[in-house]
Design a binder for this molecule. Sequence first.
Ligand SMILES: Cc1cc2nc3c(=O)[nH]c(=O)nc-3n(C[C@H](O)[C@H](O)[C@H](O)COP(=O)(O)O)c2cc1C
Length: 320
Amino acid sequence: MSELLAESPVRLAPMASFTNAPFRRVAVRCGSGFTTNEEIDAEALLAKNAWAGESARTDLDEDVVAMQLLGNSAETLVPAAMLLVEAGADIVDINMGCPVPKVVQRGKGAALMQDVSATARILSAIRHAIDVPLTVKIRGGWDERQPNAVEVARMAQDVGVDAITVHPRTRAQRFGGRAPWDVIADVVAAVEIPVTGNGDVTSLVEARQMMAATGCHSVMVGRAALGRPWLFDDGYEGLDARGRTAYEERVIIEHLNLIEACFPPRMALLQMKKHLAQYGAGRPDARTLRAELFAQPSVEALRRTFVRQWAKDSAPAREG
Ligand SMILES: Cc1cc2nc3c(=O)[nH]c(=O)nc-3n(C[C@H](O)[C@H](O)[C@H](O)COP(=O)(O)O)c2cc1C
């Protein structure tokens, strides 16, 4: 596991409804290390829910892929983990950080950090059931009264978890304020298994700063990579405006083609809208563009709308 993390130490973080196979492949092509899919609810997977099934696809992953599960019991997480391994997961990751109310109310996501011994039993059962690496992604704790990332990390190590990712905000903090990187350093100091740091990193430079500041082995980048997967490429920064535009166009077109090839038409349309809105997010008329994109009835109309807008905004770079 350590070698794998060291190979490409900066990688795409899991993000629900974004980090499915097409975006993961695009990120890896740009330079991300191995990726983790969006969270898949173990119950939905076992009930053969359509999106959970699509989301669990690994056929576009050319290299290593981690599959992340959301759940609250060994009864669902163990068979779901076994299913994912059968489907091609190289690593199984357990989500212990999702703060969404409907998730934590059912004892899933960040709620797993509340009852450490119950969670130890769940992780131990999964550990015994699968023979690929098992990892967990945790938060700083439930709230400021229970900032127990270190305790949870030690427990995870004790039950045989192979590596830990820490997003150091507590569940109560959601995404507010700065991510307290010192919590990552505390976890690194407390365990021997590799630790991936995460939170507010927006470039490779900042990723290296996080590694230097906390001692973490690798870094995950989430929000900053939405609509900007080229941030994983050291070479992108060195390009001039025209080179960057050409690079971006190539990535976006590849991404759209992969989405179209990977999903049934209605899912493909929604995925394209979500990602194109992210690609357009930095543009001067991002809000109008987003509304226009979401109004398009078909993949063809969507592509035309985006290309027209992209060409307009990129004209100075093309000429320059
Ligand atoms: C839209 C969105 C969806 C997310 N979905 C997941 C998820 O499915 N699993 C998970 O472990 N974390 C999820 N996260 C959290 C991110 O992986 C990451 O921990 C968080 O965004 C902090 O990193 P960042 O500052 O680089 O964005 C999600 C975050 C966002 C913004």
